[in-house]
Design a protein around this ligand. Structure first.
Ligand SMILES: NC(=O)c1ccc[n+]([C@@H]2O[C@H](COP(=O)([O-])OP(=O)(O)OC[C@H]3O[C@@H](n4cnc5c(N)ncnc54)[C@H](OP(=O)(O)O)[C@@H]3O)[C@@H](O)[C@H]2O)c1
Length: 279
């Protein structure tokens, strides 16, 4: 599915990106457009879509790649079917689907309402189910790639992220299964697990983060969305399944995998200290 470097690594490939109007999704859309892809983005807010489409157009490699935005709530399965069908009519079937749309409420478990839990699960996890089930028949015709955006919190439960972690662990499980199942159609699946990244979502969650969460993540390096997008494209190029941008994230992954009790001990200690200090 890759083409010559002069044309861009994704020349004339159709790339669909949910959540492509902001943050990591927008940076990813710009990166694909810079590699010659036709890019369609999907998000709820039409104003932000319009601004993002203008940015993606400026990032195009040749300048004649198609770029379009579609207002869509990925949590609504009926609308996903209608809008994605329209996008296929306009673009053709996607060669690459990036499931990036996501929301979070970061707070003590007791402060997270049922409605917030429901929104997180329906956007982050059911949203993925909705897009993949809708687009799979078209993608099966020529193969392709599905990128599901999870998080460090998709393999490490962290204080303050109860609902979000439930959704992001679910995404890793869904992706591992699909990796095996969709291989027979020539469809690759990978999962992106970004660390804290400087986006509107990250700034939003900082307003309600418990002090214990700050103690655990406060000193972590915050990445730029453009850097995350570059790591994603490099990881795809290398055929990686689990793509973890940044050295800290990779270190946490290895530690959690091989020394889970030690990781839990360190985190409990930091939480205790933060609670005692009341900072
Ligand atoms: N930033 C971080 O620190 C971080 C770390 C790890 C993982 N992530 C994950 O990376 C992904 C992107 O996050 P971000 O930080 O780049 O956030 P962001 O800047 O807030 O962008 C989120 C994108 O998702 C869209 N979106 C949200 N709910 C949607 C829905 N129901 N239907 C369709 N689109 C929806 C938003 O547009 P509308 O609001 O207009 O719909 C926006 O385009 C998310 O899955 C997030 O969980 C982020």
């Amino acid at each position: 599915m890759k083409t010559g470097a002069g044309q861009g690594r994704y020349a004339d490939q159709n790339v669909f990106i949910t959540g492509g109007s902001s943050g990591i999704g927008l940076a990813t859309a710009e990166a694909f457009a810079g590699e010659g892809a036709h890019v369609a983005i999907f998000a709820r807010n039409p104003g932000r879509i319009e601004e993002a489409v203008a940015r993606i157009r400026r990032a195009r490699r040749r300048g004649d790649e198609r770029v379009a935005g579609f207002p869509l709530d990925v949590a609504d399965p009926t609308r996903v079917r209608e809008v994605m069908t329209q996008a296929i009519r306009e673009f053709g079937a996607p060669h690459v689907l990036v499931n990036d749309a996501g929301v979070t409420y970061t707070d003590y478990f007791e402060n997270i309402t049922y409605e917030q839990f429901d929104e997180i699960l329906h956007t982050n996890l059911y949203g993925m189910w909705n897009t993949i089930t809708t687009l799979l028949p078209a993608m099966k015709a020529h193969g392709g790639l599905i990128v599901n955006v999870s998080s460090i919190v998709g393999f490490l439960g962290v204080f303050g992220y109860a609902a979000y972690a439930a959704s992001k662990f679910g995404i890793v499980g869904l992706s591992e299964t699909l990796r095996m199942e969709l291989k027979r159609y020539g469809i690759r699946v990978c999962v992106l697990c970004p660390p804290d990244t400087d986006t509107p979502q990250w700034h939003g969650e900082n307003r309600t983060k418990p002090r214990e969460t700050w103690a655990l993540a406060g000193n972590a390096k915050v990445m730029k969305p453009e850097a995350v997008a570059q790591v994603l494209l490099a990881g795809i190029g290398k055929g990686r399944f689990m793509i973890i941008p940044g050295t800290e994230g990779k270190f946490i992954y290895i530690m959690k995998r091989h020394f889970p009790a030690l990781v839990a001990w360190i985190m409990d200690r930091d939480v205790r200290k933060a609670a005692a200090k009341g900072v």
